[in-house]
Ligand binder design. Structure first.
Ligand code: 8GP
Length: 833
């Protein structure tokens, strides 16, 4: 390519090609230039927001220079790439991350100071990019960080929602949802108006015979919506690789309006069509671990899959390779079943458009795709109604039926006379209406299926996907235990701890090889080190106390034990168990003499998290927490011995303040229900201990850090089914201590008991599906052990340090390398300076 451009031209481009700033002076120059020209501000009217925008633009320029080079490098070397398809990318803020990854944060700090700003104030101006609900979306964001840091040629593909996850406000103790319009002044995206794809919906399928007598299918007369690409640069840490996250935005197809309608005087309907098209990428569905089968959601899924595949196929076709080489050039990972239609779309492209035979096409498809399952909760498993799909995607439904037919034929051959098996594994559920089971389609169309922690992957194999293990053998199913990126969750969130660790280990190498943390164990008994460690925790607690004061008005004592549970509010995650435990503690304190109270370890119970807007039970848990807070926090009998805090609008940037500040955090799902959990890892990495059930990644965390360093309680996954069964048949007794808690609630101690009747009834009367009562005793006694342990400050510190030292396994760098080796078969791309 280069040779085709004449030397003088190349020389002129080289001479003027953009340069990166490399020191404070150059940074300041860029910053002032952006403030004065791009933003049209000056010394006299530059507020913190403008300083943020200017700084972001200066860093964006840097990223884009590297981004361009990375893309050229990846195109020239032409090796296999990974495409990560995720409906959610919960990115949080980008500026601090860009500064740290590029390594110019100190220059920026000093430059900003010279110009009259504090870097922390500037950073906190940024609106979170919150295109995700919770764990699944945040995992995708951590993956992007590791993929870039490890120099993998990888792209993320998602949707550019105009509204991210709603902003939560608490009004009179109730959650209110406020739309999160986040796109104004977002400097981190590049619109690519030249990259658009026409996406078709509805219409009908015509069968035809070509000149050779071959039968073909054409999908005709649908509606067309346009997908426009927006690119977000993803910098790796300490590397020149800057990868791309491509987000699709929807737009009416014929430019601004349908001019035919417009000219016919039908202005309003022309505008309405445009708005309809734009609705597709308008809003992120705010459900975590729940699927509701809405048509617009299916439209989002197809829109995004079709646009992404078009893009991937276009890139592949430029290389002029044979189709059989597609799986050697392309690995596509499905983040849960949301992108499963990509499998069907790929098959459609190959057979309907490229003219391949079914079997050859299907071989290519299955070699290309991998599928990650994140949950075993039945209400989260995606199913789409056949009539809905028939109407929206008629050709895709035909292909699904064919996939199913060939699959069932092969099953029948291997398991003759097992009709039950055929009904069980069919992609089509024979219900009214019939439903397409997306997880089954994803399994059948992929070469590997993985769960996200050992227990979870085992449960997939023995329960949900048992039949498929028999059919395909165990090798198609594997485990890749989750992780988190230590750049954001240690270095960025907890700079003081990161720098103390670096002092001890002689540098920041642990940020790219987290197993090096194990060298910290040598310092566990070092008095001075322990003192510094403790001091950092206290400072982080003060930082959180300030956030609590600013947002709730409550003052909390940083000497208290900070007990944190922050995550989406869900019955299976059992925030109700936690708040009942808090009430139990409150009642105990109330019943004590003054002398007894002196022995109580002061505690702050901190909650945070959003409930899906239509999830009434979760909303009533939030309501109860806030009502308990109002009573407890104003009870002078109790004072500092117990405080209850609900932090409004929990999000990534708040998590960065909260995770480094816990003494203990709670990961207390009913055993067998949490896929992995990832905040458990963040908290331990920051020196907090955890209380948890034997569930998800808690089990592997225990294995790594040792069971003396974690507070485990509760029934085991293997006993859950039996307990539920017994409750169902009436064998249930409310735990006596929990009964006292319920009595207090029913006596209106926390406002109108009627508000919490359903919450209590689900336990007392409706079988206690999440085993709150079964685990209550073990939960509260384990909390007593936590208090006891906290008394011994030195022991506690030793546990904290040892745990951090043993967390090396939980970096997403390890996770990504596992995916690369065992699922994608891709290599990093060497980066030369
Ligand atoms: C979550 C799992 O619940 C969590 O245990 C796991 O750590 C995380 O995925 C990452 O693997 N699942 C979801 O967030 C989820 O299902 N979200 C719904 C929007 C689909």
């Amino acid at each position: 390519v280069e040779a085709s451009i004449p030397e003088p031209l190349r020389e002129a481009w080289r001479k003027h090609s953009a340069k990166e700033f490399t020191n404070k002076e150059e940074f300041e120059k860029e910053l002032v230039r952006h403030i004065e020209t791009t933003l049209a501000r000056s010394l006299y009217n530059c507020d913190e927001l403008a300083a943020y925008s200017g700084t972001a633009l200066a860093f964006r320029d840097r990223l884009i220079i590297e981004w361009n080079k990375t893309q050229q490098r990846q195109t020239f070397t032409d090796q296999k790439r990974v495409y990560y398809l995720s409906l959610e990318f919960l990115m949080g803020r980008a500026l601090d991350n860009a500064m740290l990854n590029v390594g110019m944060k100190d220059a920026a700090r000093e430059g900003l100071r010279d110009l009259g700003f504090r870097i922390e104030d500037v950073i906190s101006q940024e609106h979170d990019a919150a295109l995700g609900n919770g764990g699944l979306g945040r995992l995708a964001a951590c993956f992007l960080d590791s993929l870039a840091t490890l120099n993998y040629p990888a792209w993320g593909y998602g949707l550019r929602y105009r509204y991210g996850i709603f902003k939560q406000e608490i009004v009179n103790g109730y959650q209110m949802e406020i739309p999160d319009y986040w796109l104004d002044n977002n400097p981190w995206e590049f619109p690519r108006h030249e990259i658009t794809v026409d996406i078709q919906f509805y219409g009908s399928v015509k069968k035809y015979q070509d000149e050779n007598g071959k039968i073909g299918h054409s999908w005709e007369d649908g509606e067309i919506v346009q997908a426009v690409a927006y690119d977000v640069p993803i910098p790796g840490y300490g590397t020149k690789t800057t990868n791309n996250l491509r987000l699709w935005s929807s737009k009416a197809s014929s430019g601004e309006f349908d001019f035919q309608k417009f000219n016919a005087g039908d202005y309003e309907s022309a505008v309405a069509d445009q708005q309809n098209a734009e609705t597709i990428s308008a809003v992120l569905y705010p459900n975590d671990n729940l699927e509701r089968g809405k048509e617009l959601r299916l439209k989002q899924q197809y829109f995004w899959c079709a646009a992404s595949l078009y893009d991937i196929v276009r890139r592949f076709k430029k290389t002029k390779r044979a189709w059989s080489e597609f799986p050697d050039q392309v690995a596509i990972q499905l983040n849960d079943t949301h992108p499963t239609l990509a499998i069907v779309e790929m098959q459609r492209i190959l057979i309907d458009i490229e003219g391949l035979e079914w079997d050859e096409a299907w071989g290519i498809v299955t070699k290309t795709f991998g599928y990650t399952n994140h949950t075993v909760l039945p209400e989260a498993l995606e199913k789409w109604s056949v009539p809905l799909m028939q109407n929206l995607l008629p050709r895709h439904l035909q292909i699904i039926y064919d996939i199913n037919l060939f699959f069932l034929q092969s099953v029948e051959k291997r398991f003759p006379n097992d009709r039950d098996m055929l009904a069980r594994v069919s992609i089509i559920e024979e219900s009214h209406p019939k439903m397409v089971r997306m997880a089954y389609l994803a399994i059948i169309g992929s070469h590997k299926v993985n769960g996200v922690a050992e227990l979870h992957s085992d449960l997939l194999k023995t329960t949900l996907f048992k039949d498929f293990v028999e059919i395909y053998g165990p090798d198609r199913f594997t485990n890749v235990t989750n992780g988190v990126t230590p750049r954001r969750w240690l270095h960025q969130a907890n700079p003081a701890l990161s720098s103390l660790i670096a002092q001890k280990l002689g540098g920041h190498e642990f940020l790219t090889d987290l197993t090096l943390l194990d060298k910290l164990e040598a310092f566990v008994d070092d008095k001075e080190f322990r003192r510094e460690w403790a001091e950092i925790k206290t400072k982080n607690k003060l930082r959180l106390a300030k956030l609590i004061k600013d947002t709730t008005g409550y003052s909390v004592n940083p000497e208290s034990l900070f007990d944190v549970q922050v995550k989406r509010i869900h019955e299976y995650k059992r925030q109700q168990l936690n708040i009942f435990g808090v009430i139990h503690r409150y009642l105990k304190i109330k019943g004590m003499s003054n002398e007894e109270r002196k022995k109580v370890i002061p505690r702050v119970s901190i909650f945070g998290g959003k409930a899906a807007p239509g999830y009434w039970m979760a909303k009533s848990i939030i309501h109860l927490i806030n009502k308990v807070a109002a009573v407890v926090n104003n009870d002078t009998d109790v004072g500092d011995l117990l405080k209850v805090i609900f932090i409004e609008d929990y999000n990534v940037s708040k998590a960065e303040i909260i995770c480094p500040a816990s003494d203990i955090s709670e990961h207390i799902s009913t055993a067998g229900t949490e896929g992995s959990g990832t905040s458990n890892m963040k908290f331990v990495m920051n020196g907090g201990l955890i209380i948890g059930t034997c569930d998800g990644a808690n089990i592997e965390i225990t294995r790594e850090i040792g069971d003396q360093n974690i507070f485990l309680f509760g029934n085991l996954a293997e006993d859950v089914e039996d307990l539920r069964h017994r409750h169902f048949y009436g064998d249930f007794q409310l735990d006596p201590a929990l009964a006292k808690v319920f009595k207090a609630i029913k006596d209106n101690m926390f406002g109108d008991a009627g508000d919490f009747a359903a919450l209590m009834a689900s336990i007392e009367e409706h079988g206690d599906y999440y085993l709150v009562s079964d685990d209550f005793h073990s939960y509260v006694t384990t909390h007593e052990m936590v208090d006891e342990a906290f008394l011994n400050k030195e022991e506690w510190l030793a546990k904290s340090i040892t745990s951090v030292a043993r967390m090396g396994f939980f970096s997403t760098d390890r996770v990504i390398n596992e995916y690369a080796d065992s699922i994608w078969n891709v290599e990093p791309l060497a980066v030369k300076d």
